[in-house]
Design a protein around this ligand. Structure first.
Ligand code: ADP
Length: 556
């Protein structure tokens, strides 16, 4: 800005100076030219009078350096010249001033010197004898005068430039000063800046626009963050160079990346080969999908390119935890195999017995045994199928089952009553103690829990053994305890008895009509009621299973 102002001021100053110089010089030059000419004329008249009176003596007696005097004969021959030898001078008859003087008595002329730096003024007067006296003097041309004044002019120009520079820096400082003190937060609050008013209004309107855009942007970012933060799936957005633009908490946790990773290269943050391959696919514009195992968990990773106007402008990496899904698939496969296996044995027995009976290959006295076996195996199959149906209902979350308040003590009473014949047959004493305890739940499942636990306590007992069922009603929970002093469960099996089809002693379980699904049904039913289950057992000493149900029904 200072430069521009300096240029403008110096241009104005120099223009004014030059204009003034030209005007003044022009006026003075014409005035002094006029004076010089008048002077020349007077001097010529005087010289002519002197020559006319005294001839050559007058001329010889003259001591003038300002004028050049020439006396020219009527035929143009130079008789006398104050500066040059007349002998060497050419005929002057044709000189304009001489010619005019010869004709009219007086003549003047002006001629430029060869260098153009000077002009020569001539004035000639005719004498009575026809001869002509001519005076000439030099007049400096404007150019000459200017050259002569070069130094002072340069001085003035220099002074003008210095002053312009000073003035420019002061003016620009003064112009910039209000700009420096502008309150850009509130441009319209700046007072006394009328010239800046349009600018301030524009800044204010642009600020309003920016603010609106910023608000919209941060609103969108908040929405995006809110969505991604609560996602269980990992989400990573990358630019085409692989720099992380956005990453949610789930992705950080899965990929083992700490905070502050935005802006860093994903391949530096995570060196998993599969991730690298997937991102390469995305950056080459293709969709990628892989299942990766990290820290003992299985993740499905999907990458997609982000395309903008046909070019890859980034990539999205989505990570799903598929561990549960894979485990469930595995469990389902195992379950199907187990079910087939469990069903095959009774079916083979039934079919074998029936075949022998149909073929008449069984002695009449043995037929009754065969019928009993067919009946027992078919009962076993029915129990198995019922347990499978129960389990699949529980797997579905028991959605179709009716929920209502149930008295666990009453359900336990019912179970004890129905199992009494079996207990009696096994020589086991079955006792119930405690008090009425209501809790919200699914009566059908609660009843299944008590029945299964009591059934096991009787089945895996010894003649003369005891089973004690207790129902307690605490302020926050209802507790069911089934304690027996039966065969007990060895410690290494205790954590697995709740698995499907897991039995400690398979032949004993089968002998007592077990399906291997009882405890897994119990575990599921307890989970559906948000309860907890605890098993304490010692081989030979007995088993105690404690189930605790919270009274407040939690959200499923
Ligand atoms: P099952 O139909 O074989 O009884 P469960 O799932 O009910 O299947 O029980 C799994 C296994 O746990 C049983 O086979 C048995 O070996 C063991 N078990 C369960 N309850 C008891 C108990 N009260 N005492 C000893 N062992 C038990």
């Amino acid at each position: 800005m200072t430069k521009r102002i300096f240029r403008a001021i110096s241009l104005v100053a120099l223009s004014v100076f030059l204009a003034a110089l030209v005007l003044i010089m022009g006026a003075l030059y014409s005035y002094f030219s006029h004076v010089q000419r008048t002077q020349l004329r007077i001097e010529t008249t005087l010289a002519a009078a002197g020559v006319a009176q005294s001839g050559r003596d007058f001329l010889n007696g003259l001591e003038t350096t300002d004028y050049r005097i020439t006396w020219i004969a009527p035929d143009g021959t130079v008789w006398y010249d104050s500066q040059t030898d007349p002998e060497k001078m050419e005929n002057h008859l044709e000189r304009e001033e001489v010619r005019r003087a010869a004709e009219t008595g007086y003549g003047e002329s002006v001629r430029d010197s060869e260098t153009l730096l000077q002009r020569l003024l001539y004035a000639a007067q005719r004498l009575p004898d026809g001869s002509v006296v001519r005076l000439s003097c030099a007049q400096s041309s404007v150019l000459y005068l200017l050259l002569g004044m070069g130094q002072p002019i340069m001085l003035v120009v220099l002074l003008a430039l210095v002053l312009s520079l000073l003035l420019a820096s002061r003016v620009s400082a003064r112009v910039v000063e209000p700009l420096n003190h502008l309150n850009l937060e509130d441009p319209l609050a700046n007072e006394g800046c009328d010239e800046l008013s349009p600018l301030l209004h524009r800044i204010a309107s642009q600020q309003r626009q920016l603010k609106t855009q910023e608000e919209a942007l941060s609103h969108r970012r908040e929405e995006f963050d809110a969505v991604t933060v609560s996602m269980n799936e990992g989400l990573v957005l990358l630019n085409p160079k692989g720099t992380v633009l956005s990453i949610n908490g789930a992705a950080q946790r899965i990929l083992g990346i700490g905070q502050g990773c935005v802006g860093q290269d994903i391949l530096v943050l995570n060196r998993t080969l599969e991730v690298q391959e997937l991102l390469e696919m995305a950056f080459s514009g293709r969709h990628g999908e892989k299942t990766v195992t990290m820290d003992g968990r299985d993740y499905q990773m999907d990458t997609n390119p982000v395309l903008y106007e046909g070019a890859v402008s980034g990539a999205v990496l989505l990570i799903f935890d598929v561990t549960e899904k894979k485990n469930a698939e595995q469990m389902r496969r195992e379950f199907t195999a187990n079910v087939s296996h469990e069903l095959r044995t009774p079916l083979h027995t039934i079919s074998g017995c029936a075949e022998l009976l149909c073929g008449g290959m069984v002695k009449p006295e043995d037929e009754g045994r065969f019928h009993e076996q067919i009946y027992a195996e078919s009962r076993r199959m029915i129990r198995l199928v019922e347990d499978i149906i129960n389990l699949s209902q529980l797997d579905e979350g028991a959605r179709d089952m009716k929920r209502q308040d149930a008295d666990l003590y009453a359900l336990a009473e019912e179970a004890v009553r129905s199992l009494s014949p079996e207990a009696e047959e096994a020589g086991v004493t079955l006792r119930l103690s405690g008090q009425s305890a209501c809790l919200p739940g699914i009566p059908q499942l609660l009843s299944g829990i008590v029945t299964n636990l009591c059934d096991n306590a009787v089945k895996y007992n010894r003649p003369g053994g005891e089973v004690e069922v207790t129902v307690e009603d605490a302020p926050t929970a209802v507790t069911l305890t089934v304690r027996d002093n039966g065969i007990g469960i060895p410690p290494e099996h205790q954590s697995r008895v709740f698995e499907r089809f897991y039995r400690v002693d398979k032949s004993r379980s089968k002998a007592v009509g077990g399906t291997g699904l009882g405890l897994s049904i119990v575990k599921h039913a307890v989970m559906i009621h948000h309860g907890t289950i605890r098993l304490e057992s010692a081989p030979g000493a007995g088993t105690t299973i404690t189930v605790s149900f919270p009274k407040e029904e939690k959200q499923a």
